[in-house]
Ligand binder design. Structure first.
Ligand code: BGC
Length: 535
């Protein structure tokens, strides 16, 4: 088995917004296929495609009504086979998103389950009687706001949903549910995919006794990635998610993937104590290959935060493996989130260098290579069901999901010939792919150079990580058998002057950064980075 995924750079494609090939306003699989040479030109190892399966699209594909069908909006199974074949011919691995913890309320399993309490699938979802007052069985909350329970008139019971009420949670305590979902994964493995991104991989099981979650004292909140006004942050979710039974199921899932060559699994881990969960879920070789972390997807960008996250991972993960991201389809783009309004032209590249030099694999989100910032989507254009209830304090996830602009001269930015499902961001026209392709010093071309160079550095791909204690800057060593690489990043708007603790330093000639080294004294202008070999 090859460990191609270790230290790999994975490009995340949100299909609705990547490229619309059939002009219905929504991106699709053939659109992705058409742009695979572009993806390959970034130097990445793999793509992760967000869900494209049959779905009523209440959560834009994260609510699946048929796990083995492609939604007609995105194309057909043949379109997917073409995509896979072309990706493989370009030496790109293909990771698909599997949302197995919950499905859509339009899935036939749920339609049957809600009929009565005695049918074959009666126990496939988490059903419970009302409490004595007729209310929900316990205090569990939905990630998207409100109770995690919805009453079903037909069955006369509540059902559990950690997300929208259209996303009922499957009951993984039922072995038949586990077997059915593993069969669904097998379907895609047989087609030749290279791995799975596992949506909310710590949410599969719930506490069978349905005990209440503890509520935090006034003023305290959990660290999970939800907005302050969301009551979900007021509870500790010790009973609704991350149950001990999860591990045994993950082991079954891993065993299935071991029957195929070179498969990877990347579990999304969200919740309190995510680091410990990640360590647990990726320990040894019988669980997940990698765990995807939210730790750098939050608001804080400071030396202290990045250092403590990187170091804690280093200490806790042991033989486990992380996958890092600074942007994705669920959070504000990093340029807006971390750059705090100061749109310095070099910030995006410095953030990219940070991402590419941590110990772990990397997910780069579409548009990150273009240095895109968050789009401002008006309330009237808003699509995300999570954004609507919390507007305007929290504007939902549409601002990072607007269509990619391929060519600013074409109508709708070359994304589509008709009005897209989310508006084209006019501010992003000047950052179009076409314009950046033509400019050797664009963020796009710098990203291409950086990724390709980074992938040739053994130390950066899978070397050990040692944090260095230097004032003002972020600094660490990555060490592999034949290389010791020093990384120093100035992620602030001020010039940094630093004495390096090494005498024998060979700076990597990377003309896209301007570190100035005199002896051991390093001058790093704002958002500049030093990569150097040290002996
Ligand atoms: C996905 C979200 C989705 C949620 C429910 C996540 O973590 O990334 O986009 O809404 O799971 O499936």
């Amino acid at each position: 088995m090859s460990d191609w995924w270790k230290g790999a750079v994975i490009y995340q494609i949100y299909p609705r917004s990547f490229k619309d090939s059939n002009n219905n306003g929504v991106g699709d699989l053939t659109g992705i296929t058409q742009k695979l040479e572009y993806v390959q030109s970034l130097g990445v190892d793999a793509i992760w495609i967000s869900p494209f399966f049959k779905s009523p699209m209440n959560d834009f594909g994260y609510d699946i009504s048929d796990y083995r069908e492609v939604d007609p909006l995105f194309g057909s199974l043949d379109d997917f086979k073409n995509l896979l074949a072309k990706a493989h011919s370009l030496k790109l691995k293909v990771i698909i998103d599997q949302v197995i913890s919950h499905c859509s309320n339009e899935h036939e399993w749920f339609a049957q389950s809600r009929q009565n309490r005695t049918n074959d699938k009666a126990d496939w979802f988490v059903w419970a009687d009302p409490n004595e007052q007729g209310g929900p069985p316990n205090n569990w909350l939905s990630f998207f706001g409100g109770s995690a329970w919805t009453f079903d008139d037909r069955r006369g019971q509540y059902y559990l949903h950690n997300f929208l009420s259209n996303q009922p949670d499957l009951n993984f305590h039922n072995e038949a549910v586990q077997a059915a979902q593993l069969e669904n994964l097998k379907f895609w493995l047989d087609l030749g995919v290279d791995g799975f991104r596992l949506d909310v991989a710590n949410f599969y099981f719930h506490d069978k006794q349905l005990r209440d979650n503890p509520v935090f004292p006034e003023g305290e909140r959990s660290t999970v990635g939800v907005t302050d006004s969301n009551p979900y942050a007021r509870q500790s979710h010790i009973h609704s998610i991350t149950q001990i039974e999860n591990i045994a199921f993950i082991a079954k899932l891993r065993a299935l993937t071991e029957q195929y060559p070179d498969i990877t699994t990347m579990g999304e881990i969200n919740g309190e104590h995510s680091l410990d969960i990640m360590a647990d879920y990726t320990a040894g070789d019988k669980r997940l290959h990698m765990a995807y972390t939210f730790d750098l997807l939050g608001d804080a960008c400071s030396k202290q935060v990045v250092e403590s996250v990187a170091e804690e991972f280093n200490q806790t993960l042991k033989d486990g493996w992380a996958c890092w991201a600074l942007s994705n389809h669920d959070v504000q783009r990093v340029v807006s989130r971390w750059n705090q309004g100061d749109a310095h032209p070099d910030f995006a590249l410095a953030a990219m260098a940070l991402l590419l030099s941590l110990k772990g694999s990397v997910c780069m989100y579409q548009g990150e290579e273009l240095g895109l910032s968050e789009s401002d989507v008006e309330f009237d254009d808003l699509q995300d069901p999570y954004g609507k209830p919390f507007w305007p304090e929290y504007k939902g996830r549409d601002g990072c999901r607007t269509p990619i602009i391929w060519d600013e001269a074409e109508a709708f930015g070359g994304f589509s010939e008709v009005k897209p499902w989310l508006p084209i961001d006019k501010q992003q026209l000047q950052l179009s792919v076409k314009r950046q392709q033509q400019n050797p010093s664009s963020m796009l071309n710098k990203t291409r150079r950086l990724v390709k160079w980074r992938n040739q550095q053994n130390a950066l791909r899978d070397g050990e990580f040692t944090l260095l204690d230097l004032p003002k800057v972020l600094a660490w060593l990555r060490t592999s058998e034949n290389q010791q690489m020093l990384v120093v990043i100035n992620l602030t708007p001020e010039q940094a002057e630093v004495e390096l603790p090494f005498a024998n330093i060979h700076v990597h000639a990377n003309s896209d950064f301007q570190p100035v080294l005199e002896g051991q004294h390093l001058s790093l202008p704002p958002y500049q980075v030093l990569f150097a070999d040290v002996q």
